[in-house]
Design a protein around this ligand. Structure first.
Ligand SMILES: C[S@@+](CC[C@H](N)C(=O)[O-])C[C@H]1O[C@@H](n2cnc3c(N)ncnc32)[C@H](O)[C@@H]1O
Length: 276
């Protein structure tokens, strides 16, 4: 595999079918995005950059009488969308919209879980492009460090509860494999925590940051989905069958947990920035 090969190439060319489905059925991020949307969407146009295969954001915007535009580089993901509307197959680093004056700008751009897959240079291009084509902007990314920190910080809380030992151990194994995947694939796992600084450096203006924290609880389902539908095929794409099998094993063990053991499961924070 050449030096240039990155896991983010997962989204180039043919996107594995199970990832297309995972994105489609993964609802929680839409709840988070809604926290960042303006109160009034009626009459507003939202450009979703790296929109993926889920049509839920489109549903939300259209329910509020806004206009939704999907931009993605992947024809597979665009094709899987279930709602018709404006779909642009294009590169977020060079958004194919001609802007001669502010009137040509969209009202809102939204870019979720895309920057973490890009190099710093490409991220800078996307942020500048969003600023060029849109009056208001929202970027959301995960901060995987938050999950790790919570498990470590809460060690005492968990260590005197033997019923949690198995699930803590599984979360650690899951995190370890996911972090290794991030390193190998040059995915910026802590992108969320870097958004504000990077964006302010590029835009030379202030941006607002908000962190959305998920309480420990019933999030083991997401681990199963991320494990089997994203993590495992990515390891296979990288030719590491051992890691792929380790993730499958972790998922099988997670599925065996009792409700008490599932209780301490937590998940990564999502960090959002907005600017005008
Ligand atoms: C993890 S998915 C996120 C999809 C969607 N935003 C969501 O939150 O469900 C990353 C998406 O970014 C898209 N993408 C990555 N690089 C891109 C680029 N340079 N231009 C346009 N889309 C890109 C991929 O095709 C994929 O749909």
């Amino acid at each position: 595999m050449s030096e240039n090969t990155r896991v983010s190439a997962f989204y180039d060319g043919t996107v594995p079918k199970n990832e297309v489905e995972r994105l489609k059925n993964y609802d929680y991020p839409n709840t988070v995005s809604q926290l960042f949307l303006p109160k009034k969407l009626s009459g507003q146009t939202l450009l979703d950059i790296g929109a993926g295969s889920s049509s839920t954001m489109q549903e939300i915007v259209e329910q509020h009488e806004g206009t939704y535009m999907a931009l993605d580089q992947s024809p597979d993901l665009l094709r899987a969308r279930t709602r018709s509307g404006v779909q642009i197959q294009g590169d977020a680093r060079h958004i194919p919209l001609e802007i001669k004056s502010d009137d040509d700008k969209v009202d809102l751009s939204h870019c979720r879980f895309v920057l973490m897959h890009l190099s710093p240079e490409d991220r800078a291009l996307v942020i500048s492009e969003m600023d060029r084509v849109s009056k208001n902007n929202i970027i959301l990314d995960y901060d995987w460090g938050s999950w790790e920190k919570r498990i470590t910080d809460d060690q005492d809380k968990f260590s005197n509860k033997p019923e949690y030992a198995k699930s803590i151990n599984l979360q650690k194994r899951f995190l370890e494999n996911s972090k290794a995947l991030g390193e190998k694939g040059k995915i910026e796992m802590n992108m969320g925590s870097k958004l504000k600084t990077e964006a302010e450096q590029i835009l030379k203006k202030e941006v607002t940051e908000k962190r959305v924290i998920r309480e420990p609880g019933k999030y083991y389902n997401e681990m199963i989905m991320v494990g089997l539908k994203a993590n495992t095929p990515m390891w296979r794409k990288l030719g590491d069958e051992n890691r792929a099998q380790e993730i499958e094993q972790i998922v099988r063990e997670i599925e065996q947990l009792s409700p008490e053991e599932q209780a301490p499961f937590c998940w990564t924070d999502i960090v959002g920035i907005t600017w005008q």
